[in-house]
Design a protein around this ligand. Structure first.
Ligand SMILES: Cc1cc2nc3c(=O)[nH]c(=O)nc-3n(C[C@H](O)[C@H](O)[C@H](O)COP(=O)(O)OP(=O)(O)OC[C@H]3O[C@@H](n4cnc5c(N)ncnc54)[C@H](O)[C@@H]3O)c2cc1C
Length: 405
């Protein structure tokens, strides 16, 4: 009998297991994958997520992998260029972008060091029940054969298609259509900062990472997915060439070499699920998934791990108190993440509206506003906070909105 079983051992699950163990609980962490292993994802961790990694004592291990500090961000759209960085969050000014096979293993190692029992290569079939209450999980172990383990709380950190969510019948609280599709790969010989380039129906993201490589990712509207996947490399290079011509020039003139195959997906769902119930909770993509264009998933997963473990606190073995706290976790999680979700959907529409261009043009007039803008991108301040007297004055000083697309 465990206090907590966590299914899924990447950013959401390993962090949740780590923090529950540090709260003194007996924790089992299972994953069907073997580690270290990669996963389909780009890598950017915004400053609030970095601050959590620092508070948990794992940021030094991330830095030791050799990925560079990302303390300068560039965003270009139409004739506008923003060049700056988010404000620091708890002293962390830089973002970081470690390869996922490194980050996920660092978190698992920290969880194991905190006393978590970790079993890899274990595929969970679903939750087991005592009446209507989840009482643990059934899984097929790495050595074959079916095993059942019981716990007071079962946490599904098992990704967007969460078998735990399916097993408990967690419904959708919010659901929106698919917006984009994306392909990315890694390059050498392309020195870069964190860079974003936007054009109508196109988006390019640039993220320096480990081994002096640079991840470059391209986005298209969802309805182009069949066309793009028919010849992803041609569409990817064309997207870079037309959306970010200077980046394309840097690749071709500087002898940039593509060092991995293209990775891509057209299935980036947008939803919040019911995130808790009797004896169970969901964290990470299992609870809430959105388009990857704003690179918020890791950040949000670390936030959810902290929120769940802090909300449960010492009350795991008080059934009435636990039920109340799990409900509170689900409500706060949605309340805290809904604004970022709506902003992500706004960007993922890949539409450059006159209002947004006017806002960005006003922001580009002042380094302070640029810093505050990138602080909304990192989630360090809210969009509401961005609209201060200086921004209103800059907007007032611009001519009326003209046509754009
Ligand atoms: C193309 C793309 C780009 C992205 N770029 C970024 C970015 O730059 N920055 C960012 O912050 N986020 C990004 N994200 C989002 C980010 O990858 C996710 O939000 C994050 O990985 C979620 O972590 P998680 O731990 O919740 O789930 P996952 O990383 O999906 O991990 C789930 C784990 O559960 C395990 N599992 C599933 N089913 C079972 C089972 N039945 N039994 C046992 N184990 C099981 C899986 O093996 C897996 O290891 C991107 C996503 C995509 C698709």
């Amino acid at each position: 009998m465990y206090d907590v079983i966590v299914v899924g051992a990447r950013v959401a699950g390993a962090s949740t297991a780590l923090l529950f163990a540090r709260n003194g609980y007996r924790v089992l962490l299972v994953d069907r994958a073997h580690f270290p292993s990669d996963k389909l994802s780009t890598l950017y961790i915004h400053q609030p997520g970095v601050a959590r990694l620092a508070q948990w004592g794992v940021l030094d291990a991330v830095k030791a992998t050799g990925c560079p500090a990302l303390d300068r961000a560039i965003y270009e759209v139409a004739d506008i260029r923003l060049d700056g960085c988010s404000i620091a969050v708890f002293g962390e000014r830089a973002a970081w972008a470690p390869r996922r096979y490194l980050l996920d293993k660092i978190l698992i190692d920290a969880a194991v060091a905190a006393g978590v029992e970790f079993r890899e290569g274990c595929s969970v079939a679903g939750p087991i029940f005592d009446g209507d209450r989840v009482a643990g999980v059934e899984f097929r172990s790495a050595y074959g054969g079916s095993t059942r383990e019981r716990a007071t709380l079962t946490v599904g950190a098992d990704g967007m298609r969460s078998p735990i969510a399916k097993g408990v019948g967690a419904g959708y609280i919010h659901q929106d259509p698919l917006h984009t599709c994306t392909y990315y790969t890694y390059w050498t010989g392309v020195p870069a900062h964190f860079e974003l380039y936007e054009a109508p129906d196109r988006w390019i993201g640039v993220v320096p990472t480990n081994d002096d490589t640079t991840l470059i990712t391209g986005y298209w509207p969802q309805d182009m997915f069949d066309r793009v996947r028919a010849d992803p490399l041609a569409h990817y290079l064309e997207n870079i060439r037309t959306t970010a011509p200077q980046l394309h020039e840097r690749i071709t003139a500087g002898g940039g070499q593509r060092v991995e195959r293209l990775y891509g997906t057209g299935d980036q769902q947008n939803f919040f699920r019911q995130a808790s119930g009797p004896g169970w909770a969901l964290v990470g993509d299992a609870a809430h998934h959105k388009d990857s264009i704003t690179a918020k998933g890791i950040n949000d997963a670390l936030f959810q791990a902290e929120l769940l473990t802090q909300t449960v606190g010492r009350s795991l073995h008080d059934p009435a108190e636990l039920a109340e706290r799990l409900a509170r976790y689900a409500m706060r999680m949605r309340d805290e993440l809904i604004e970022g979700y709506r902003n992500t959907l706004g960007i993922a529409r890949l539409e450059i509206t006159p209002e947004r261009l006017q806002l960005l043009r006003a922001i580009s007039t002042s380094p302070r506003l640029v810093k505050r803008y990138f602080s909304t991108v990192s989630n360090a301040i809210s969009v509401e906070e961005l609209y201060d007297d200086e921004l209103h004055a800059a907007l007032d000083s611009l001519s009326p909105i003209g046509g754009t697309r």
